[in-house]
Design a protein around this ligand. Structure first.
Ligand code: XIL
Length: 326
């Protein structure tokens, strides 16, 4: 009898890794979640467990229990881990934002943090998002505590510290904006072109939190991924989801349109030699971040809240198996 292949199996045969971000609470309490995650995906990105705030409730103290649990799960199921994220302007510890550190102190905190976290998982987490969202949508440097207090050099300092802590790790810069007007991506690419001459950086992560309206711009998306790859950096699609307007249920035409977008993004991934990982920002609509942050929107992932496979799931599989959408 021919068994149905999972997404991770068909992706593997095309040289692509398909990943999902993982919610540590869901993994703990929901056996169905764990089963679908390990069956269908071959890479995990901790959704929040490796962020500075959740990890470090007090200065110099770390609580790695969620991150360790995700790590153990990944290793048990032969999955890669994308370490997300070392330096970001969100989800920072209260003690840090309250303490108003000066440049010297904040630089020390940054280096210590990067060393502690990367060092703990050295040799086990092969890929890190070292810096997230350093460029604002208008192309200017993002006005974060890091930029204000340390200055633009904080990006280089973070990459150097990560490299020292694990010289084998692949180090990524991660951001959104690929689907937005060009100012942001242009500024990101300029930043990375310069950073490449100063520090160890190996890839660019493109988040891709999309709306249906972004689907019309697949050509533009292709061009922008190619542009990023031309810097001689690896490209990962790191946080793919396509949010739908929802009242009770998503409409079937919206689900089809969403499926086409998912399929097209995976197609771009396959056509880009520098891209070997496409990660969805979640497994199931049941735990997606979208309804919490975009009111009235949801149903953004491959599996519905009851773990039913949506049209998007089949579209991604078709592209991986047949090379095109059915
Ligand atoms: C989101 C998580 O999904 C939420 O659970 C959390 O409350 C906020 O952060 N860009 C990123 C991710 O790089 O880390 C964010 O994740 C989504 C946007």
């Amino acid at each position: 009898m021919k068994t149905v292949e999972s997404l991770r199996e068909v992706a593997h045969s095309r040289g692509l890794v398909v990943g999902a971000c993982v919610n540590a609470d869901a993994l703990r309490i929901d056996p169905h979640y764990a089963a679908v995650l390990s069956r269908e995906f071959s890479s995990i990105t901790p959704e929040n467990a490796l962020k500075f705030g959740p990890l470090s409730p007090q200065p110099g103290k770390y609580n790695f229990s969620d991150a360790d649990a995700l790590m153990a799960f990944a290793e048990r199921h032969n999955m890669a881990v994308r370490g997300h994220v070392l330096i970001w302007h969100r989800q920072l510890p209260d003690w840090l934002t309250r303490s108003k550190p000066d440049k010297k102190e904040l630089t020390r905190v940054l280096i210590n943090h990067v060393r502690t976290v990367v060092g703990r998982y050295a040799g086990r987490i092969a890929t890190w998002d070292v810096v997230n969202e350093a460029v604002a949508p208008n192309g200017r440097p993002r006005n974060s505590i890091w930029w204000r207090v340390i200055g633009p050099d904080y990006v280089r300092i973070a990459f150097e510290a990560a490299h020292e802590a694990d010289p084998r790790a692949l180090l990524f810069y991660n951001d959104f904006g690929i689907e937005a007007p060009p100012a942001q991506l242009d500024a990101i690419l300029a930043l990375l072109a310069q950073l490449r001459t100063q520090a160890p950086i190996h890839g660019i992560g493109m988040q891709m939190h999309l709306r249906l309206a972004d689907g019309a711009r697949v050509k533009g998306l292709t061009r922008r991924v190619t542009q990023a790859a031309s810097l001689d950096l690896k490209v990962h699609i790191t946080e793919l989801d396509v949010r739908l307007p929802i009242k009770t249920q998503p409409s079937s035409s919206d689900l089809e349109e969403q499926a086409a977008i998912f399929g097209n993004i995976v197609k771009i991934g396959l056509a880009t030699p520098q891209c070997d990982n496409v990660t969805f920002w979640g497994v199931t609509d049941r735990y997606s971040w979208i309804p919490h942050v975009f009111p009235g929107k949801g149903a953004a992932l491959l599996f519905d809240a009851e773990y039913g496979m949506k049209p998007g799931y089949h579209a991604v599989k078709d592209v991986l198996q047949l090379g095109h959408l059915r």
